[in-house]
Unconditional design. Structure first.
Length: 354
């Protein structure tokens, strides 16, 4: 049996930093002077934007983001929120930066012909799973206005926690349950874009797949209250045909391909399904070529759905992707529903006063 933890690391400079920030390495402490400069400049920028540039849209805005560098699992949470909103009768839309994509025009509204090279892998994956309006672009206010023109009455901003120019009504911060907040330092000494204290100001902290007895603590050791989110495998789908495959029909040993922020999380999910995956990790948002997925053992290849949207044009017979779903406690949905109803009423009241 092959090692379940085997991994291929591509030429990814970010991986070196992530290993230092989330591991036991201390060489980044030499960068403390840069850390102080980063904190100062980030603080000044936030003050200026909040004071002079922030704009509030008439439509409720829900920001789903994180305070750390590296994947935390925002995409499955956004998909879960979109599906819940549709079930409740809302018409949601999603704002995204579209990282890795080069659209012909911005803001760019996705449609059925959109490519990952145009929209970015995450927005396209969200669009294909939810079929709601999604707009990508650096100007999130312009993107939000375009979604309002599409008839959306609730806007979700993907990875927009630090984009203070767009006013927000609800903030949700996502933390990786495997890596937590790393060494707890801000960039470049650690992985944090903002201090851990920022988590005290958001409406909810959602922890992706926390292990038993997981605690989320600040540098002062004060624990944060959090909502656990568990990722469950949904369907195993043949990439070339779109056919749903029973996991039991595949051999237990497979090649796992993940170009995401934390590939080990995907490997763990496959292991929970009974597979023995050899993990081949690629940089986040990696642009795959056919040769990247050719392995000598010729065993089946299982990839993330985010990676699959970039590989359909050259898919092979034994390539599959795993769709996943996020599960959150009912108490969260009840509290979220009440909060959103208050926001909607407040927005209506303000519009009547104008």
């Amino acid at each position: 049996m092959r090692s379940q933890s085997s991994s291929i690391q591509q030429n990814d400079p970010q991986r070196t930093w992530l290993d230092a920030w989330y591991g036991s390495s201390r060489w980044t402490l030499w960068l403390l002077p840069l850390n102080w400069l980063f904190v100062l400049l980030a603080g000044l920028r936030r003050f200026m934007v909040l004071r002079y540039q922030q704009k509030t849209l008439p439509t409720p805005v829900i920001v789903v983001g994180n305070i750390s560098v590296g994947g935390t699992g925002k995409t499955p949470l956004i998909i879960a929120l979109v599906r819940w909103l549709k079930q409740q009768g809302y018409t949601p839309g999603v704002i995204s930066r579209g990282y890795g994509g080069h659209a012909p025009v911005y803001p760019y509204l996705l449609d059925a012909s959109s490519l990952a090279s145009e929209a970015g892998d995450e927005p396209l994956a969200i669009f294909q799973q939810t079929n709601v309006p999604i707009v990508v672009g650096a100007d999130r206010i312009a993107s939000g206005k375009l979604l309002e023109d599409q008839g959306c009455n609730v806007l979700l901003s993907d990875d927009g926690l630090q984009h203070y120019r767009l006013g927000r009504d609800i903030e949700i911060a996502v933390v990786d349950g495997l890596r937590g907040l790393g060494n707890g330092w801000r960039l470049p000494v650690g992985p944090l874009r903002e201090s851990a204290a920022r988590l005290k100001t958001v409406d909810w902290v959602v922890v992706n797949s926390p292990p038993d007895n997981f605690e989320l603590k600040n540098l002062d050791s004060a624990p944060f209250f959090y909502v656990p989110m568990h990722i469950r495998p949904a369907e195993l789908i043949e990439l070339k045909t779109g056919k749903v495959i029973a996991p039991a029909t595949l051999p237990r040993e497979v090649n796992a391909v993940a170009g995401i922020g934390n590939p080990q999380r995907f490997c763990n999910t496959l292991q929970s399904m009974g597979f023995h995956p050899a993990l081949h990790s690629f940089p986040d948002h990696y642009s795959f070529a056919p040769n990247d997925l050719v392995f000598a053992d010729q065993l089946p290849v299982i990839m993330t759905e985010k990676d699959a949207v970039k590989c359909r044009d050259f898919a092979q017979e034994n390539w599959f992707y795993l769709s996943i779903c996020a599960e959150l406690p009912e108490s969260f949905w009840n509290a979220f529903s009440q909060k959103l109803e208050r926001v909607v009423e407040q927005k209506k009241s303000r519009s009547l006063l104008k």
